[in-house]
Design a protein around this ligand. Structure first.
Ligand code: DON
Length: 304
């Protein structure tokens, strides 16, 4: 497959598109990002790397970190995890409170904020130093220690966490948060503040393209049946109330973040990341979605 040729044609096409998206501003520090940034990096299981633009520049991965947190929690807890968080698409915005009240504090899935907060609560219960352990886990996936958090984004989000605090309080009232809510929120915001480039995210997500084995040494670090489930949750819940649309247009499991990044996985083939900060009204990168739609259209390959 001529991936580089296809990526270059996507770059040429999207450079001239009128981007109607808006950079996230509800976390003031995120609003400072240059809206014109654009990068794409595809890491292929058999044949190396293909990329364009700002593919090596680090950005705020935001909700993409929810996939790493879920993976770590699934390694620690097994199926009991799914008694505290479900695996159904929510059809609601990522930070919505409405379903939680009538579903007794059990979040619909681990990729909406409520579900990720339950996952963080589990990590706080199970790990002595969850922040370091999660970063170490990512370092292992990427085979590099050069990944950390952006302190300004962390502080900025901390000051604007009223909805996440509300979600935590409501779930605490239902008994589905076991630890101090400030500690759980602190871990959640820490994970959202991690910075990675398209290249680093694609390398990290190779674990989901390669059946749970690290590509660089073939060590099995996540059992393949867990990878199957994580990919299934990305497919059905990775884009909040636009999960159906992403599936329809792109046809790959994936996960977005309000920093403008999207990672998608073609199991057995590749992991690909796109970064373009302006978001569509559902909070997903406008050009990111279009680029991935073009990728699966031009290659003629998706999981469907
Ligand atoms: O909870 C928040 O508001 C963010 N830090 C994470 C949001 C996010 O990336 C959701 N979306 N795609």
């Amino acid at each position: 497959m001529e991936y580089q040729k296809i990526l270059t044609s996507i770059q040429n096409e999207i450079s001239s598109i009128d981007n109607t998206g808006k950079v996230a501003s509800y976390i003031p520090e995120l609003a400072k990002v240059d809206a014109a940034k654009l990068g794409m990096h595809l890491h292929c299981i058999n044949s190396g790397h293909y990329h364009f633009g700002d593919n090596t520049e680090k950005f705020s991965i935001q909700s993409i970190s929810k996939v790493f947190a879920l993976t770590k929690a699934m390694l620690l807890l097994g199926d009991d995890l799914f008694e505290r968080v479900d695996v159904e698409p929510s059809g609601d915005p990522f930070n919505s409170l409405v379903q939680l009240e009538y579903e007794n504090g059990i979040p619909r899935n681990p990729f909406i904020n409520a579900g990720a907060l339950v996952v963080c609560d589990i990590l706080v219960s199970k790990l002595e130093n969850p922040k370091n352990d999660l970063l170490d886990f990512i370092h292992k996936l990427v085979n590099s220690k050069n990944i950390g958090i952006n302190r300004n984004v962390f502080e900025s989000e901390k000051k604007h966490s009223h909805r996440n605090m509300s979600l935590l309080n409501l779930m605490k009232a239902f008994g589905n948060i076991k630890n101090n809510i400030e500690i759980v929120l602190d871990l959640y915001i820490h994970l959202c503040s991690i910075e990675m480039s398209c290249e680093e995210l694609s390398k990290a997500f190779m674990i989901y393209a390669n059946g749970g084995k690290l590509l660089y040494n073939q060590e099995q670090i996540v059992p393949s049946r867990k990878v199957k489930r994580i990919n299934a949750i990305m497919q059905t819940c990775g884009f909040y109330d636009e999960a159906g649309e992403f599936s329809f247009r792109v046809g790959l499991p994936g996960k977005s973040g309000v920093g403008g990044g999207i990672v998608a996985v073609h199991p057995g083939q590749y992991a690909v990341t796109v970064w373009s900060p302006p978001l569509n009204p559902k909070g997903n990168s406008e050009l990111g979605m279009y680029s991935l739609e073009q990728l699966t259209t031009l290659t003629g390959l998706s999981i469907f």
